[in-house]
Design a protein around this ligand. Sequence first.
Ligand SMILES: Cc1ncc(COP(=O)(O)O)c(C=O)c1O
Length: 311
Amino acid sequence: MRLHDFPRAALGHFPTPICRLEAISSLINTQVYIKRDDLSGLGLGGNKTRVLEFLLGDAQAKGAQLVFTTGTPQSNHAMLTAAAAGKCGMQTVLLLKKRGSTDCVGNQILNRMMHTEIRWIDTDDYEEIYAEMDLLGEAMGKPYYKIPCGGSNALGTLGYVDCAREISQQGFRPSHIICAEGSGGTAAGLTLGAQMFLPGAQVHAMSICSEPFAQIVPALMRGAAALLGEDGPENPKPPSQRQMQGEGFGVLSPEGRAAAEQMARLEGLFLDPCFTAKAFAGLLQMAEEGAFTPDDRVLFYHSGGAGGIFA
Ligand SMILES: Cc1ncc(COP(=O)(O)O)c(C=O)c1O
């Protein structure tokens, strides 16, 4: 099927702007731009709106009335799923892992405002969590739809393939694209999409946790390419990977803090502590290592996460 033939829920405001970062460009002596997916429209913005347009479009086409997803207590994806499903007239139940603080701060405040039903799950094992979704769905007696952690499956990945198409349609030709990597869909979709729509662009994925992305991302790319059939490139090349987690998932690293402060002071833009601060720190590290020429057009993908700033 072609990208524009998949059923989609209209959730976001697209295209999101691409803006030049003047002060950062002077600072690191290359041409730095930002793709403002933090302004994607739904909730506080963020990358997951693109994924949810495809996944909830599929859920609606299948007649679902109830949506399940999972994540950590501060999951941006889980909060945005509740916002998106509510807008589509569907009920949401979040099965959130008890890992970390479950306090009513950050995204939990937003979940509470939406009256989102939360079940706290005391396991990290996704198979157990997905089995629990089936049990709950049967017990609740409504047609239900399961969304994996981060929305990162083959269909969700198409959201970011479409983002690469959007960048190309905006007339922008990046030499490098830098994004955060948490469950892998963003990196997989942007890389696949770049090979389809942005020839010459290299994607660099900044890992903010220690999942085996060298396997996860190529598998997502193959799955998304298979959904696109003839349009999907054969043997798509994976992105470069850089480990930027620091001390742990969701723990702001010293480099991440410095990078977020630099972006705030020089450009008046805010990065979140879990994903985008660490991704931008990765971009600054690459610049320091001489990875970019003065003429390169380096596109930083701002994937949102504002709720996390207040957690
Ligand atoms: C703000 C933000 N940026 C980046 C990511 C990483 O995206 P992905 O899970 O597709 O790797 C996430 C994931 O939840 C996120 O919330």
